[in-house]
Design a protein around this ligand. Structure first.
Ligand SMILES: C[S@@+](CC[C@H](N)C(=O)[O-])C[C@H]1O[C@@H](n2cnc3c(N)ncnc32)[C@H](O)[C@@H]1O
Length: 249
């Protein structure tokens, strides 16, 4: 018996990894985050598979379901949206399973920030503009460590991808203007890769109003990337030689 912590990707079933799809199609028991996983993905489960929506469950109840599956020697797919390494609380689930000696495996998925960047057609790392991406959130019921304030990240000028923050874009856009300027490109992508995906583009000055106008309050990514086309990467520079390509004459 094994528990598979599977990344469901951002929503579009075509963005599942082949391994995730195979596990979903075969699993006898699936516990999924119903508030975030698209119905199109839940539909891949066999009709007779046990399906449990974790949105209604506490951590001890999730663990009880897994222990119940173990008593019947049934594998469990614990399905999380996006990639399981980001804001999915797999760490605390694994910590609960370890004393029982339950075997587990983590299967990565396409994260929402990648789907949002794809929807926008944005490269998040533009040479000489930003070479780092900060994946962060604003404090909610889970507080932020003191050193990880938005202001601190903003001081670096890195590209920002804010999860779990769609309800508070206004305050955060205001904070960011002090660092990136009011004309800095910003975007909000709701339900990236879903059929009802919504893309709102603007600047730090107007993105909050535009997102509010579009009615976006949850399941969205807030992205900020400094203005500029930047330089060119050395990778494709005709005058630059590397192990796979000679310098052009
Ligand atoms: C609990 S976190 C899970 C993140 C997930 N593990 C990932 O890698 O994308 C949920 C947040 O992810 C973002 N999110 C998840 N799916 C999304 C999607 N399809 N489009 C836009 N944002 C999404 C939203 O910010 C949402 O509030």
């Amino acid at each position: 018996m094994k528990v598979f912590f599977v990344g469901a990707g951002p929503g579009d079933p075509d963005l599942l990894t082949r391994k995730a799809e195979r596990l979903l199609r075969e699993c006898p028991v699936c516990i999924y985050a119903g508030s975030l996983i698209s119905p199109a993905i839940v539909q891949l489960l066999r009709p007779e598979a046990e399906k449990h929506d974790s949105a209604k469950l506490s951590l001890p109840q999730v663990i009880d379901l897994i222990l119940g599956a173990r008593s019947r020697d049934l594998d469990v797919v614990r399905l999380h949206t996006g990639d399981p390494s980001i804001y999915s609380a797999i760490g605390e689930q694994i910590a609960e399973l370890e004393p029982y000696g339950i075997d587990y495996e983590v299967v990565p998925g396409v994260s929402a920030f990648q789907a949002a960047a794809a929807a926008l057609g944005w490269e998040l790392t533009v040479p000489e503009v930003a070479q780092s991406i900060v994946l962060t959130r604003i404090p909610g019921r889970t507080p932020m460590p003191a050193a990880e304030s938005l202001r601190r990240f903003a001081e670096t000028g890195a590209t920002l991808c804010l999860f779990l923050s769609a309800h508070a874009i206004e305050a955060h856009a205001r904070t960011l203007i002090g660092y990136y300027g009011q004309d800095c490109p910003a975007a909000v992508v709701y339900h990236a890769s879903w059929r009802d995906e919504l893309i709102v583009r603007g600047t730090l000055a107007d993105i909050a109003e535009k997102a509010r106008g579009a009615g976006i309050t949850k399941t969205a990514l807030f992205l900020v990337r400094r203005e500029g086309h930047g330089g060119r990467s050395r990778l494709y520079d005709p005058g630059f030689e590397h192990g796979y390509r000679k310098r052009e004459a």
